[in-house]
Every structure is written in structure tokens, then in C-alpha cells.
Design a protein around this ligand. Structure first.
Ligand code: TYD
Length: 421
């Protein structure tokens, strides 16, 4: 099940949801269509054996001319989207290094002893936060299996969506004060109702709470042609300008911004309570706002490059197959589902995608017949070429497979222009 989304979730631009379809079609004030990828399966719904498949849903990117937010034209029902959710925060040096950097930056902005993480997954980030000195940590995550695992591993985790119910439970635990730091890493773009999310976060705050939202930055998505970040979970393609509109009336104000390299380029934005008299620590909000280039014209250029990127990789694959090369994928990522379905790949072309996540192993890539193979099998199967679908971890993956490359194995990096690395 899915519902159309015709207005901008940040600034409200576009025809109202109840506008007549034909009227909205001719109306000038609608969101602009940027890239239509057709009907695709859910990117993280890796089916096992005869598991029922949740189906295909429209995947079209629209852009807002007013606040430049990119957003999908539909919202897939969260129950369908997350019921068979196999995303587990990766155990990786890249993530660990990033959290250290993020922590250092946040420490420079304010002190925090208690940390609540929204979308805490298996609790890995909170483990690091605790190791770095947080005295109290609390996670909130809708995936029951992950929340249970995190709690067993010593990170108290509320299982539930970030809504009034889980916020009430978190408030009781935090009582009588709120959290010093609320972390929302790579969760905000999964949220349909931004204002409600921000208002709920405000219920967990006190006078000097920092709310840190980290999300892939549309500016980087556009510059690096990361079109494969477009999938049903990512309802929005985040701009600072959009957040600036959305915070109005929610109890928060923008405080500081910093760009990080994680996940192909992310922006971390710290918000503080609107009524607090804390002065801005620097000009970062203004500077990033000026730097951002995500107008519909930028989005359209991105769409053209995305299509040529798709054609280039397809051509490379065809040439390799003509030369009888054995091709694998590295990382069964959500991005890889998008690629595999848009390029209509099957196992006779790419025999398998390797992945370290045990929950994904022995499944198939959604919408295809390509199996997900445990990462350990990579050396045994010894492909000639491997496409790095987990390109956000490319350095780490290349580093740990030098033995394979020194024996003639070749990696392809699909973005921003497909090439051998
Ligand atoms: P992720 O970065 O979360 O991408 P997406 O959001 O597109 O799903 O996923 C990284 C995937 O790559 C994850 O499934 C684990 C896998 N992976 C490996 O198999 N080996 C590795 O060395 C690394 C770093 C990741």
C-alpha cells in the first residue's frame, strides 16, 4: 500500500492533497518531476526462499522549487516497508571513525551526559557514545529484533516508531529532566511528517538540549550523481533550506552545521530549543545555506547524468560478459537493489552479491534472482571483477581485498562515473 504525496513536506509548496488530480496536473505550482525510475521493489526487503514478496511501488523523485527539497512522489506504508527490514548498522571502521569525529564536533558545541538515539538500530552507535563518556544512553527503534538485541547487549532500547507512545515511554525513563543530546542519524529522511517528528523530539528536551540530525545531503547526492540513494525508504533528499522551513513552529532553531564524508556526503545539523538564548557558535548555518546548490535546475542536471551513468555501467557489464569475465557485486546494499532493478540485472550476468550481514546472507536481491552470498565466499569463488555497491565503504573494502586485486581481481566503482579502481 502507498499514498501519493503532492505537497512539499518541508515548506508546504504544491497542490493540497485533496486537489483534483487533473487540476493539479495543469497547475503551475506543483513539485517538479526529476527522475522516474518506474516501479521498483523495496530496497531492503531481501527475500529468503519462498518468502512472500511485498511487491513493487512507484519510485519517482520530485523537487520543490521553493525549498529545493527532493522527495518521492509516494509514501509506502511503513508497516509494509519495515516489516521485513534487514538493515543492520554495519560493523565498520568507517562508521567508528565517523562517530569519533561527530562526537568531537558535538563536544565542542555543548556538554552532554545523557544521549537518546532515534533509530538506534542494534545500539552500535550508543555503545560508542558510552565508551566516549556518555553516562546514560537510551535507544528508540521500530525493529523489534534489533531493539531486543541492543537491550541484551546492554543498551536500553524502546521498540517502537518515534511517536507519542515511544516518546512518552522515553520521557518516563528520562524523568525528571530531558536528554542532553538527541541523535537522529540517517532517520530523518525516512520520516513523512517532519513537523510531528520535531515536535516529538522537543518533548524530550530541556533548555540546552542539542538535537543532532544527520542525513545524506542532497547537494552531495547531486554533485556526485548518487542517484542510487533513491529508494522507497528515503522519502526525502535533504536540503538545509528545507529544514530551515520545517523547524518553524516546532520549538527548535538551527544552531550549527557540518559536512561529513560518511555515506557519500552527509550534513549534520544541530538544533537547539527555539526559546533558548544560546548564541550561535559560528556562521556555519549561513555558510552552508549559501553553499547549497539544489534548485530544480541542479536536480535536472543530476537526472541526465544519472541516466548516462546507468548506460555506462550497463555497457561495461555487457563488454565484460562478452569477454567471459565472472562478475560479482560487493555489498548487498539498498543501493545495489536500485541498480540491479533499474539495469534489470540477473544472476546469469552477475552471479551473486557478497555481504557481511548475516541477516542478508542466503537471501536474494529484491526483484531479482541474484543470491546474497556470505562475504567469506569471495576468495573461494574468486570473481574476475566485483562492482562495489557499498561504495560508501569503498576504501575499506579495497584495503581489505588487496590480496585479490594483487592476483588480478578488478573492482568497479559505479559512482560518480563507473570506472575500474
Ligand atoms: P549501507 O552502507 O548501509 O548501504 P545502504 O544504505 O545502501 O544499504 O550498507 C553497507 C553494506 O555493505 C552492508 O550490508 C554490509 C556490507 N559490507 C560488506 O559486506 N563488507 C564490508 O567490508 C563493508 C564495509 C560493508
Amino acid at each position: 500500500m502507498f499514498t501519493p504525496h503532492t505537497t512539499c513536506r518541508a515548506c508546504g509548496y504544491g497542490p493540497p492533497a485533496n486537489a483534483h488530480y487533473f487540476k493539479s496536473e495543469t497547475s503551475k505550482d506543483k513539485l517538479e518531476s526529476i527522475l522516474n525510475l518506474g516501479s521498483l521493489p523495496l530496497a531492503n526487503s531481501f527475500p529468503r526462499g519462498l518468502d512472500p514478496r511485498p511487491g513493487h511501488y512507484p519510485l519517482e523523485l520530485l523537487a520543490c522549487p521553493k525549498c529545493h527539497l527532493g522527495q518521492l512522489s509516494v509514501v509506502v506504508d511503513p508497516v509494509t516497508l519495515y516489516s521485513n527490514y534487514l538493515y543492520v548498522t554495519s560493523t565498520s571502521q568507517t562508521l567508528e571513525d565517523h562517530i569519533l569525529l561527530l562526537h568531537e564536533w558535538l563536544r565542542g558545541l555543548g556538554s552532554f551526559k545523557s544521549v537518546v538515539e532515534i533509530g538506534s538500530n542494534d545500539g552500535r552507535v550508543l555503545q560508542i557514545m558510552r565508551r566516549l563518556g556518555a553516562e546514560f544512553v537510551l535507544g528508540i527503534d521500530p525493529a523489534k529484533n534489533l531493539a531486543k538485541k541492543a537491550t541484551e547487549d546492554g543498551i536500553q532500547t524502546i521498540d517502537g516508531m518515534f511517536d507519542r507512545d515511544s516518546v512518552g515511554r522515553a520521557s518516563d525513563i528520562l524523568s525528571p529532566v530531558g536528554a542532553d543530546l538527541i541523535l537522529a542519524r540517517h532517520v530523518f529522511c525516512h520520516v513523512d511528517n517532519w513537523k510531528e517528528f520535531l515536535r516529538n523530539a522537543a518533548l524530550l528536551s530541556h533548555g540546552t538540549t542539542m538535537l543532532c540530525i544527520e542525513a545524506p545531503w542532497a547537494h552531495d547526492t547531486i554533485q556526485k550523481v548518487e542517484w542510487d540513494q533513491i529508494y522507497h525508504e528515503h522519502l526525502s533528499y535533504f536540503t538545509l533550506r528545507a529544514l530551515d522551513f520545517a523547524v518553524k513552529g516546532t520549538g527548535w532553531k538551527l544552531y550549527a552545521v557540518r559536512r561529513f564524508a560518511i555515506h557519500g556526503g552527509a550534513l549534520a545539523v544541530v538544533l537547539v530549543p527555539d526559546l533558548s538564548d544560546i548564541r550561535l557558535p559560528n556562521n556555519s548555518v549561513e555558510e552552508y545555506m549559501e553553499l547549497e546548490r539544489c534548485a530544480p535546475g541542479n536536480w535536472k542536471g543530476f537526472a541526465l547524468q544519472a541516466v548516462s551513468q546507468q548506460n555506462n555501467l550497463k555497457q561495461m557489464i555487457n563488454e565484460l560478459l562478452e569477454n567471459h569475465q565472472k562478475i560479482a557485486g560487493y555489498g548487498a546494499t539498498a543501493k545495489s537493489t536500485t541498480w540491479a532493478n533499474v539495469l534489470k540485472l540477473n544472476r546469469s550476468q552477475i552471479y551473486g552479491f557478497y555481504d557481511s550481514t548475516s541477516l542478508k546472507q542466503y537471501t536474494t536481491v529484491p526483484g531479482t534472482d541474484i543470491p546474497v552470498i556470505p562475504e567469506g565466499g569471495f576468495y573461494v569463488d574468486n570473481p574476475d571483477v566485483a562492482i562495489i555497491w557499498a561504495w560508501n565503504f569503498a576504501e575499506e573494502i579495497i584495503r581489505k581485498n588487496v590480496k585479490w586485486t594483487s592476483q588480478g581481481g578488478r573492482f568497479i566503482l559505479p559512482v560518480p562515473t563507473p570506472k575500474f579502481v
